[in-house]
Design a binder for this molecule. Structure first.
Ligand SMILES: C=C(O[C@@H]1C=C(C(=O)O)C=C[C@H]1O)C(=O)O
Length: 363
């Protein structure tokens, strides 16, 4: 094929025709979503518009059907945005996240709910929990574990005192950059601000490139990005969103020590999420401090061939809960074999709290 203007014109005409079809079809889809809203409003007491299990099924189906040339993740991202816009027609979703603006948690909220959700920054993880509990927002997004640094203990602790459910999870690849402001003297950097987890995730890089710079932990990466404005000797470690938001320059890109660095975030809310076909369950269990306690706890999972995906121990803050375990496993509480295991665990534990069953993160 030549690059003649004729060919270009023909192709662009074809694209216009396809766009007409896409426009018509997206509008028809949005019309359907509006009707779904009417059905939900009529049938449910206190209608729940956002349905994580259905959204996961829609995205999984699209990824399965996709034959290219766009890759399945790219295609799912497009559908993620179409669904986000359709859901906003039913009810604008309000989401609280660990702020300030520009944090990875905001990026996770955007990835999970799409751009049509209204997201609100909170100053601390327990504030996100409080806003959800008070009903001021529909959902919350909080970080829970990082592949390099491990668990975000604040989040686990917040679950112990709350009646909040987990409605979903989202995993984000985390890339850190060393950022400076236009006033920074790049060869005089003597201080690097970031969140303690990010400083830890870039420890080796900092040792090699800025061994003498003071590492100053602050409440978030975005906060670090904000602070270096006007400090000529300071740099920040943060991600793309913060760099863009605060107009900073990247001195070095992707400085995380591990290339597969990723963070898992939880979507918290108050609804029970039905099965999506590929689900996870999170529980918190208290066991008495006695030999064999952990074995007794895990044995039923093994016997029923249930895959554990995470096991975390936290010190208990009350007298009864001597040992507290946070356990994630594959399966949904509405499956009989999961219900059977939980019944056994309940007998062996001094406390058992199901935090929620939710679709395994799709995107
Ligand atoms: C349309 C629905 O409501 C919402 C929008 C969805 C969509 O656009 O596909 C899917 C699930 C819900 O979050 C539905 O429940 O089917």
């Amino acid at each position: 094929m030549t690059d003649s203007p004729n060919n270009l014109d023909t192709l662009r005409q074809r694209i216009d025709e396809i766009d007409n079809d896409i426009l018509r079809l997206i509008s028809a889809r949005a019309e359907c979503a509006k009707q779904v809203a009417e059905v939900k409003t009529k049938s449910d007491k206190g209608a729940v518009f956002y349905r994580p299990e259905r959204e996961a099924q829609v995205l999984r189906r699209i990824m399965e059907l996709n034959q290219g040339p766009l890759n399945s993740e790219e295609m799912a991202r497009l559908f993620r945005e179409i669904m986000s816009a359709c859901l906003a027609l039913e009810q604008p979703t309000k989401v609280a996240y660990l702020g300030p603006e520009g944090t990875f948690t905001q990026q996770a909220a955007l990835k999970h709910f799409g751009a049509s959700a209204v997201s609100m920054p909170m100053a601390a993880i327990d504030e996100v929990f409080r806003e959800v509990e008070a009903g001021a927002v529909n959902y919350g997004v909080v970080p829970v574990e990082n592949s390099t640094e491990g668990v975000v203990s604040h989040t686990l602790d917040s679950f112990m005192d709350s009646s909040i459910h987990i409605c979903g999870e989202v995993v984000l690849r985390i890339h850190h950059h060393l950022l400076v402001a236009d006033t920074t003297l790049r060869d005089k950097v003597s201080r690097v601000y970031s969140h303690p987890q990010s400083l830890a995730q870039c420890r080796k890089w900092l040792d090699a490139h800025y061994p003498r710079a003071e590492r100053v932990p602050v409440s978030s990466n975005a906060e670090a990005a904000k602070m270096i404005k006007g400090e000529w000797h300071s740099a920040a470690i943060a991600g793309d969103m913060a760099a863009k938001l605060y107009g900073l320059e990247k001195v070095a890109e992707k400085i995380e020590d591990r290339p597969d660095n990723s963070t898992r975030f939880l979507i918290i809310g108050s609804q029970h999420v039905p099965m999506s076909g590929e689900d996870k369950t999170s529980i918190v269990v208290a066991m008495r401090n006695q030999p064999g306690a952990l074995h007794d706890l895990l044995e039923p999972f093994h016997r029923h061939s249930i895959d554990l995906t995470r096991l975390e121990t936290r010190p208990s803050r009350t007298g009864v809960w001597n040992y507290v375990f946070f356990i994630d496993f594959k399966g949904h509480v509405d499956e009989p074999r999961v219900a059977a295991v939980l019944e056994e665990v309940r007998l062996r534990a001094s406390e058992l709290k199901v935090l929620g069953s939710y679709p395994v993160g799709v995107l």
